[in-house]
Design a protein around this ligand. Structure first.
Ligand SMILES: NC(=O)c1ccc[n+]([C@@H]2O[C@H](COP(=O)([O-])OP(=O)(O)OC[C@H]3O[C@@H](n4cnc5c(N)ncnc54)[C@H](O)[C@@H]3O)[C@@H](O)[C@H]2O)c1
Length: 340
């Protein structure tokens, strides 16, 4: 396997893949060859590339992880699929309808395996919620509330901040979680954004908060929100909450664990142990590493991984409808996945 894009996420992929016996991390590629060289050095890789086409032409690869910024997934994904490689692509699949259609077509003509990594599906509490919903424990779903917020300090580290928003960076996870848990498509959304804090602090015109009300095809109402302006003093790096209300029961869950609290000179508040913690043999543990190993396992077992390219297209259609609902200030119907 190889990785294209060795920034924050690419480096995390390298750590998991370099220490997984099912996969063999061979090489890495980044437009910034220095970044690729650093990741290669950390894992003892003998080659690095600044160009995906050269990498695909010269390396013997089965599969490639694409971890470039949101708006730059299409080109490397198409190149990899057309070169006959399986692909694991970071979320969101794409930020335009054109890119979705091109990537869907590339997956279908290649016959290769493809997954878009909405890795929160691998959180154990989320999987337990899905089991309870699938078993009908709540009865018909009436309402679902979900929010994913991050700290302003994390927002400040995104190099391509002017080309993303809380909708694409954070709410995309909520949209996929809703579709996956409920098995229902979005039918309509209304949305509002608030500006000010990010612009004043970081000088970039991007929203502080996005807030969405909508409906699902199963008749349930949904409320989603994402903000990326939490203060440094907030009790944990991420605020990820979900509430589900059915006709016969309800579930409240903190999808991010808050039960390991530390007060010390270097940190104060909840400490995340749900991802990136090394186990006794040094292997990275947790939901995110599981999402990466799951893809490698699917390739080895010949199983089609999920979320699929169609799941990625459906989530992007919801996100595009949210952006349109902000612009028009009115309710926007969400097209059935695959329709224009
Ligand atoms: N699942 C999660 O929890 C999570 C968290 C953060 C980011 N992400 C997603 O991961 C992706 C990457 O985000 P990041 O934070 O690692 O970004 P980043 O800016 O840290 O890294 C992106 C890297 O891609 C490189 N790049 C850009 N275009 C390229 C190209 N055509 N060929 C090769 N390299 C190229 C850049 O030089 C950069 O090093 C995004 O889609 C983002 O939304 C997911």
């Amino acid at each position: 396997m190889a990785i294209i894009g060795t920034g924050v996420m690419g480096a995390r992929y390298a750590k998991v893949l370099a220490d997984y016996e099912v996969a063999d991390l061979c090489t890495v590629c980044d437009l910034d060859e220095g970044k690729a060289a650093q990741v290669a050095a950390e894992h003892g890789l003998s080659s690095v590339h600044a160009n995906a086409d050269t990498m695909l032409a010269t390396e013997d690869l089965d599969a490639v992880v694409v971890a470039t910024p949101d708006f730059a997934h299409r080109e490397p994904v198409e190149a990899c699929l057309d070169a006959g490689k399986h692909v694991l692509c970071e979320k969101p699949l794409a930020t335009t309808q054109d890119d979705c259609e091109a990537m869907l077509a590339a997956v279908e003509r290649s016959g290769r395996k493809f997954m878009v990594n909405y890795g929160n599906r691998h959180r154990m509490n989320a999987q337990r919620i899905k089991q309870m919903l699938d078993a009908g424990e709540l009865g018909p779903l009436k309402h679902l509330y979900i929010r994913l917020n991050e700290k302003l300090a994390k927002t400040a580290t995104i190099d391509w901040l002017e080309r993303t928003s809380p909708t694409w960076f954070l709410l995309s996870h909520c949209v996929d979680t809703v579709r996956w848990l409920t098995g229902a498509e979005f039918t309509e959304v209304c949305a509002r954004e608030v500006y000010g804090a990010v612009q004043e602090t970081l000088g970039v015109r991007t929203p502080d908060v996005v807030s969405v009300l909508g409906t699902l095809a199963n008749g349930a109402t949904i409320a989603l929100e994402s903000a990326w302006i939490l203060p440094d003093a907030y009790l944990s790096p991420v605020d990820f909450q979900i509430e589900l209300l059915g006709a016969r029961g309800c579930i409240h869950a903190d999808l991010f664990p808050h039960d390991l609290q530390c007060s010390a000179a270097q940190r104060s508040g909840a400490v995340d142990y749900s991802s990136d913690v090394a186990g006794p043999l040094g292997k990275v543990q947790g939901w995110w590493a599981e999402s990466v190993r799951y893809f490698a396992d699917c390739l080895e077992k010949g199983v089609d991984p999920t979320p699929s390219v169609r799941d990625g297209c459906a989530a992007t259609q919801v996100l595009l409808a949210i952006d349109e609902a902000v612009r028009t200030r009115g309710p926007v119907p969400v097209p059935v996945a695959g329709d224009q």
